[in-house]
Design a protein. Sequence first.
Length: 327
Amino acid sequence: MDHAPEPAFQADDVDALDAYSRTVMRVAAAVTPHVAAIEMTARRSNGRFRMGAGSAVLFTEDGYLLTNSHVVAGTNRGHAVFADGSRMELELVGADPLSDLAVVHGRRPGVAPAEFGAAESLRVGQLVVAVGNPLGLAGSVTAGVVSGLGRAIPVWSGGNRRVIEDVIQTDAALNPGNSGGALADTHSRIVGINTAVAGAGLGLAIPINATTRRIISALLADGRVKRAYLGLVSTPARLSPSGVIRTGQKEGLRIVEVLAGSPADRAGLLAGDVLLKAGGRPVSNAESLQRLLFADAIGQPLDLAVLREGTEMHLVAVPDEMTTNGP
């Protein structure tokens, strides 16, 4: 009996799956050598003991690795083990709880550093690959797509609530131990540092972008990040057609929350306002505002243009210095 030929679309599907698999395998092979399992320790009165474990990404030839601040919290020393089995002792260089990033350092490894990419180029639906050490399983690889961009997650530092903004959301499966690991694009460039498991099928990563690079530079130079503080929580927003005509901008930042007593509060900003410009520069995402709020902005008047109930207004805020126990 003759068999009817299989539909052509099935062959196409197989080809597509093969291409997908080849891409994931290529990225995994390229990225895995740069990602180490790390275990950080601290000494107390009863001796040395394990405090935190996760993953870290080697980003310089002389042994500097990037990980999450919460992985190294309360510790200053540890060790890293790479996929090839090589091991090196680590020392904490600096940590920034408000971005959940930290830098640790060891001897010059026999492993090449990873290449950083640009999270600004990511698009929703784009394939990404996560590499880490979940549940102690070294060199684990998962793949998925960018599910969302511009997300925000709350963090607490010194008893104060902050928000990490511009976080990447992905459906690549993440588990404890993935924190500090790599999120890579299809060119094997690191576009994010995996930071949290928010729920089933949901992972988050700190983006590698201009702001992140400035944070890393500050950690390398000073072991800390000195920031200006406005005290608002925002989300990207598209302006209505009338708003576009009135302001000449298509996007802004809608203010979701203004923290009581903060510089934003003192300046008169209100939840529901749409921030259009800061310091004369258009702002359309969290990073465009955050890049203005480093050390040189502390105590300096910052002009803000906002859209409130259809009317453009100009306010002036004077950012405070953000401290661990700060405003």
